[in-house]
Design a protein around this ligand. Structure first.
Ligand SMILES: [Zn+2]
Length: 201
């Protein structure tokens, strides 16, 4: 899942005798380059892997831990708040998410124990659907159980934004994306944004 869109359309015509601004602009350009490089390694809309259901993980080995480390690094570089294994073309039931400042979390073979509370609609983006933000209705309470990358049991009692991010990533493991969960009008707009990209591949 992508963070709220950052708007980089501010005025760059500042005076060149402001070195602090230049340093900021340089740092921003560097972060943008890193983000683009990360996005290039994430499967984009039209890629069949995004529509497949992932399989249960059976081996909690170094390969799995390397996969999780790579997914966390990609999520950070892409400035996202969540990433599912299917988005890197690995059809295993694993996702990582970081909805707050408590650090990245990884969950393997997640099971949705309950979706509770009220439903809430808010805009979501996705690292696999660049340029798209659509309203999606989610439960505000989401309880997840599964394993960590070492095979230990984990239990997440999530609310609000964290619940939203986890439900988004959980969907990816069954090939479901935000364009499937939004209304017809927003789906049409999103597909119009996405189709030209596909035809350029
Ligand atoms: Zn996504």
């Amino acid at each position: 899942m992508s963070e709220h869109d950052h708007h980089h359309d501010h005025d760059h015509d500042h005076d060149h005798d402001e070195p602090a601004l230049d340093a900021d602009a340089r740092a921003e350009a560097e972060a943008e380059a890193i983000r683009h490089y990360a996005l290039a390694q994430i499967r984009q809309y039209g890629d069949p892997a995004l529509r497949l259901s992932a399989r249960e993980v059976t081996e909690f080995d170094d390969d799995l831990r390397r996969l999780v480390d790579r997914m966390i690094a990609l999520m950070h570089d892409a400035q996202g708040v969540g990433l599912a294994a299917t988005q890197v073309g690995v059809l295993r039931r694993v996702f990582v998410f970081e909805p707050d400042d408590q650090g990245p979390r990884a969950i393997v073979n997640p099971v949705a124990v309950s979706r509770g509370g009220e439903l809430e609609t808010d805009d979501e983006g996705c690292l696999s659907l660049q340029g798209v933000r659509v309203p999606v209705e989610r439960a505000i309470e989401f309880v997840l159980e599964g394993k960590d990358p070492n095979g230990e049991d984990v239990h997440h009692d999530l609310t609000g934004y964290a619940a939203r991010v986890a439900q988004h990533e959980f969907d990816h493991l069954d090939g479901v994306m935000i364009i499937d969960r939004t209304d017809d009008e927003h789906r049409r707009e999103a597909l119009a944004t996405l189709r030209p990209r596909v035809s350029l591949r």
